[in-house]
Design a protein around this ligand. Structure first.
Ligand code: DMJ
Length: 624
């Protein structure tokens, strides 16, 4: 007998009827044929006259209702009007829209959902916040450019660069598409020209790099830059920076060397490290690869195959997923290590934090990437995702004491072993992934109206919203307003006193426990990533408010006056102790997601783009 679900939509009041779509026509006819009012009225001619008058009145209102319209090219907003609202040009008149698609009644939200959906009149308020995020990016880039140009990362306190990722100038490539999306031509040109001048040479001469990190940051960054600069439209030259083909040719050269990790392994599981200069590969010390690392390469290699016309990249990467499909799992969950030597999983440590996280993210995203041709060959990924999310809800989701924060814990000793109420900040990618997986990038409102959500989708969407709150509370429970790297949750079985986040006024100060060694903050993106996705999908303004609160804390405690932002050592004390590193993902992901959180939804729309795990957007097949 399986245990009752600790967390499920089954616990939640669920009114099926509110998900049922009723067309405009149906609403009118239903009220004509079923209400008492109708029985009383249709029998008298005044009633009939009033009814006809009402129908014409409604039709008139719909025809004259003004609707906002941003010119979007390659998913990047080209123009935001000076009016209060950004306008989306859809190329049709009001009349055409009216006849093509009849207006509809809004779906029936539950009382607590009312008032949360997008209110276009407040949209203009967020332009200032978006501008502040852009200024933060310029500050981060200028520090890097001044003290570390061409190094992987900036050490903003020492005003030096370091090559912690193999020396491919990772910050330049990771930051480039953010600058493109923000419309920062000068940065695009500086980064682009550096890539044109130096990157190929670095790729040819540098030594050891990690396959996963290099794929998600460097290969991913080059490929999205290729798309966003118009490469797929065959553009010869963008207004700033090099020709798009420079990005593609560099990406191909890099990927050809990275392929050695796949081809030198005796199984479909690639080795974790590659020596670029001689295109050789070897396993990590200890021999094992991280499950998340080997399964977080496919979006990038698939897209490279699409744009280069050479299937070999996608084929090698997809062999990993096809192989993992055949391995034994626990309710869809996978151990965090896998052996390239035997092809088998190693150990029984199950978690969605480090070494497990993006396995689950790519199951759904690689499936989404296929667009309308998500054919039979890729369906297994969706099935694996659905099974895994069921497993997460059944085995890993719990509520904290006393205030019932929903969190995702770990099973470090298998499903028969004890449950650990530990949650890495990394797990905060999950709310966004769950929401995306549920609606496939369209709004919840539209998905509900079109009856597209299954019971599983609804369960996942509910979990997404609950987890996003928990991730936000991991920030607001600390003195600095920034989340620790790892949090523990107070449960029946686990509590330690004196380890709170320091913000005594937080409602959750007794729910969240932060151990001394876990108190650092690396400027990670996962929470703001999820806030961005959830805002796009639900339209709920609270996700923007939470994102803004987090951004303000970054500004207050991590900004370095001379340029750049720094990681922190302890978020629970004021002023927080500072480390001396600006991770590349602060520019590649954190600031990009914050910017997009405050942007119009037509900028990199979620039903046309899929973000790789480093926030580099690739077009979904057949949509862009
Ligand atoms: C990024 O490099 C990616 O998001 C990865 O999937 C996880 N870790 C960092 C950001 O925290």
């Amino acid at each position: 007998m399986s245990k009752p679900l600790p967390y499920s939509m089954k616990d939640v009041h669920y009114d099926n009827a509110k998900f049922r779509h009723r067309s405009f026509f149906k609403v009118i006819t239903q009220s004509l044929f079923t209400s008492n009012l109708k029985r009383d009225c249709v029998s008298c001619s005044t009633g009939k006259f009033l009814m006809v008058l009402m129908i014409f009145g409604l039709a008139y209102l719909m025809l004259t209702h003004a609707s906002p319209a941003i010119s979007v090219s390659n998913g990047v907003a080209k123009r935001i009007t000076t009016n209060d609202e950004a306008q989306v040009t859809v190329g049709s008149t009001r009349f055409e829209r009216f006849w093509r698609k009849p207006p509809r009644l809004p779906p029936r939200f539950s009382p607590d959902e009312k008032g949360k959906t997008k209110n276009t009149s407040v949209r203009s308020e967020w332009i200032d916040q978006q501008q502040k995020v852009k200024e933060a990016f310029v500050h981060a880039w200028s520090g890097y450019k001044k003290y570390a140009m061409g190094y992987d990362e900036l050490m903003p306190l020492s005003k030096l660069g370091n090559d912690g990722l193999g020396g491919l100038g990772a910050t330049v490539v990771d930051a480039l598409d953010t600058a493109m999306i923000m419309g920062l031509d000068e940065v695009v040109s500086e980064a682009g020209l550096w890539i044109e001048k130096h990157l190929l040479d670095r790729i040819t001469h540098k030594g050891q790099v990690n396959l996963f990190e290099t794929t998600i940051r460097v290969l991913g960054g080059l490929l999205s830059a290729y798309h966003l600069s118009g490469g797929e439209q065959g553009m010869n030259r963008t207004s700033t920076g090099p020709r798009p083909t420079v990005y593609l040719e560099t990406a191909k050269n890099l990927a050809d060397r990275l392929l050695s990790a796949f081809t030198s392994s005796p199984t479909s599981i690639p080795y974790s490290d590659v020596v670029l200069r001689d295109s050789s590969a070897h396993p990590a010390p200890g021999g094992l690869s991280s499950t998340s690392e080997v399964s977080t390469l496919q979006l990038e290699f698939n897209y490279l195959s699409t744009v280069s016309g050479d299937p070999k990249y996608g084929m090698e990467a997809m062999k990993v997923m096809e192989h993992i499909k055949t391995l034994p799992k626990v309710e869809g969950l996978v151990p965090i290590f896998v052996s390239p030597q035997s092809g088998e999983f190693s150990g029984e440590n199950f978690r969605l934090g480090s070494r497990g996280d993006s396995y689950y993210e790519y199951l759904i995203k690689v499936w989404l990437q296929q667009g309308t041709s998500r054919n039979i060959n890729f369906k297994y990924l969706h099935d694996m995702y659905e099974e895994a999310m069921k497993g997460v809800r059944h085995l890993l989701v719990r509520k904290s004491i006393p205030n019932e924060l929903v969190f995702v814990g770990e099973l470090p000793y298998g499903s028969g072993g004890s449950f650990s109420p530990k949650m890495d900040h990394l797990v905060c990618f999950l709310p966004g992934t769950l929401a995306l997986g549920a609606t496939k990038g369209i709004t919840k409102e539209k998905a509900m109206k079109d009856n597209l959500l299954t019971f599983e989708d609804l369960e996942n969407l509910k979990l997404a919203e609950d987890l996003a709150k928990t991730c936000f509370e991991m920030y607001s429970v600390t003195s600095s307003g920034l989340a620790p790297e790892i949090a523990y949750f107070h449960t029946e079985e686990y509590y330690e006193g004196g380890l709170d986040g320091g913000n005594k006024s937080s409602e959750y100060v007794n729910d969240i426990i932060i151990k001394h060694l876990d108190r650092h903050n690396l400027l990670r993106p996962e929470t703001v990533e999820s806030l961005f996705v959830l805002y796009r999908i639900t339209g709920d303004q609270k996700y923007r408010e939470w994102g803004w609160q987090i951004f303000e804390a970054f500004e207050k405690y991590t900004k370095v006056d001379s340029g750049g932002y720094t990681s922190l050592d302890d978020v629970t004390v004021l002023p927080p102790l500072r480390r001396d590193k600006m991770e590349t993902f602060f520019l590649g992901e954190t600031l990009k997601y914050l910017y997009l959180l405050f942007a119009d939804s037509s900028v990199i729309p979620l039903d046309k783009f899929v973000f790789n795990t480093e926030a580099h957007p690739f077009p979904i097949k057949g949509t862009v």
